[in-house]
Write a protein that binds this ligand. Structure first.
Ligand SMILES: [Zn+2]
Ligand SMILES: [Zn+2]
Length: 419
């Protein structure tokens, strides 16, 4: 910023200057640079006028006092040049005093500093954080099939009215069970349903009579679904930046205790408040609360689970927030059996600050209002759901006729040692 610039006291006029009008100096005809001291002039005449005024110079024309000032001769007669300046409207009142120039400079510097300060404080999703988000979105895309096409590979869902219980269904289950297990080992995505939960403790309400057992017709299908979802969650976890830096033991500890929560979280994608169902493609794979209740499922889990799904749905999370929440859920340092809590915490904090930055920068109000604490509250809700699930799972797995309908993976993951 030079002194010349600072002495241009009417920047607004400059800005209003019509760019189509030729910029010609009103004094000498040279190329003008804008309005200076109230008239369109070149830099040379601007400086000449300011210096003359500051010096309070008095010039005398060596000729007739009516020299025609041009670009080339403007130095020859200061008197006529100055007269011309005044004639075209240049005013000394428009010249800033040294103090004014100083003040103006300081003001401009201060404004620039404030701008830089605001810029540096404006929350930003850093390049590294954006990379993290992209990685998680990709990980989710690879482990969650929105077409749910793999559901047809599970043991089929068997829905029966309680009044129509027939023994055939249980023989079908048993028969299919022998061929299950690894059929979906290598298949692509799907996921879903917290209903596996229902499946897992369907026995709770039913007691142990044969009729009650018929309530578990959905168990094989949902057990397969859960087993499949567990594999997908494991696949997702492996792609979370930092997860593979953990020891194998810690990776397993984190997954064993969080997988049910992550399945509940990801199932929200298929959950619809239209009819409070998890809709995974065709009618066959549309899981309603009724299905679960009729399967003898305990409302101790189902009721808070549906409430959780509705609450989560209402947050209208962006995909970015959804995947970050799942990753944060998995990387919880307070899970039982975790050895290197500090490392887990570091990774989780990185995820959490990325989520906060994302919400600040990318989630418009009013949806962003208190969104982060609301999401963290959802993680707390999941802990309760997890506990209830474990309780009911233990009950179920103590009954051999039910546990045999599960899959080896489900048995291993939800086995006693995690309780
Ligand atoms: Zn000029
Ligand atoms: Zn002259």
């Amino acid at each position: 910023m030079d002194y010349m610039q600072a002495s241009t006291s009417f920047p607004d006029i400059d800005m209003e200057f019509d760019k189509n009008v030729p910029r010609i100096c009103g004094v000498c005809g040279d190329k003008a640079t804008g309005f200076h001291f109230n008239a369109m002039t070149c830099e040379g005449c601007k400086g000449f006028f300011r210096r003359s005024m500051k010096r309070k110079a008095v010039f005398t024309c060596p000729f007739n006092g009516d020299c025609r000032i041009t670009k080339d001769n403007r130095r020859h007669c200061q008197s006529c040049r100055l007269k011309r300046c005044v004639d075209i409207g240049m005013m000394k009142e428009f010249i800033l005093t040294d103090a004014e120039v100083q003040r103006k400079r300081e003001m401009i510097t201060k404004r620039k500093e404030e701008e830089a300060q605001r810029e540096s404080q404006r929350p930003k999703v850093s390049e590294e954080q954006q990379k993290m988000i992209d990685t998680l979105l990709e990980a989710h895309r690879k482990t969650y099939d929105e077409t749910y096409s793999d559901f047809s590979q599970f043991r089929p869902p068997v829905r029966e009215k309680p009044t129509k219980r027939i023994t055939r269904s249980s023989s079908v289950q048993t028969q299919n069970y022998s061929s299950d297990s690894d059929t979906f080992q290598s298949s692509p995505d799907v996921s879903e349903s917290s209903f596996f939960s229902s499946a897992l403790f369907g026995g709770l309400n039913g007691g142990s009579s044969p009729e009650a057992s018929a309530d578990l017709t959905m168990l094989p299908h949902l057990a397969d679904l859960v087993s499949y979802s567990i594999q997908k969650v494991i696949g997702f976890a492996k792609m979370i930046p930092g997860f593979r830096d953990l020891t194998a033991e810690d990776q397993i500890a984190l997954l064993k205790s969080s997988v049910i929560e992550v399945i509940m979280l990801r199932s929200n994608q298929s959950f619809t408040m239209d009819d409070m169902s998890w809709t995974c493609g065709s009618e066959d794979f549309k899981y309603k609360v009724d299905d679960v209740t009729q399967a003898g499922h305990s409302m101790d889990l189902l009721e808070p689970l549906v409430k959780f799904q509705v609450g989560l749905k209402k947050l209208n999370l962006h995909d970015e927030e959804h995947v970050l929440l799942m990753a944060i859920c998995i990387l919880s340092p307070d899970r039982p059996g975790v050895q290197d809590k500090a490392l887990v915490e570091t990774i989780q904090e990185r995820l959490a600050s990325t989520l906060q930055a994302y919400i600040l920068c990318k989630h418009p109000p009013p949806g962003s209002r208190l969104l982060y604490p609301k999401m963290i509250q959802k993680l707390a809700d999941l802990r309760s759901l997890n506990e209830e699930h474990s309780r009911q799972y233990r009950f179920l797995s103590f009954q051999p006729e039910h546990s045999m309908l599960l899959t080896p993976l489900v048995l291993e993951v939800f086995g006693n040692e995690i309780s």
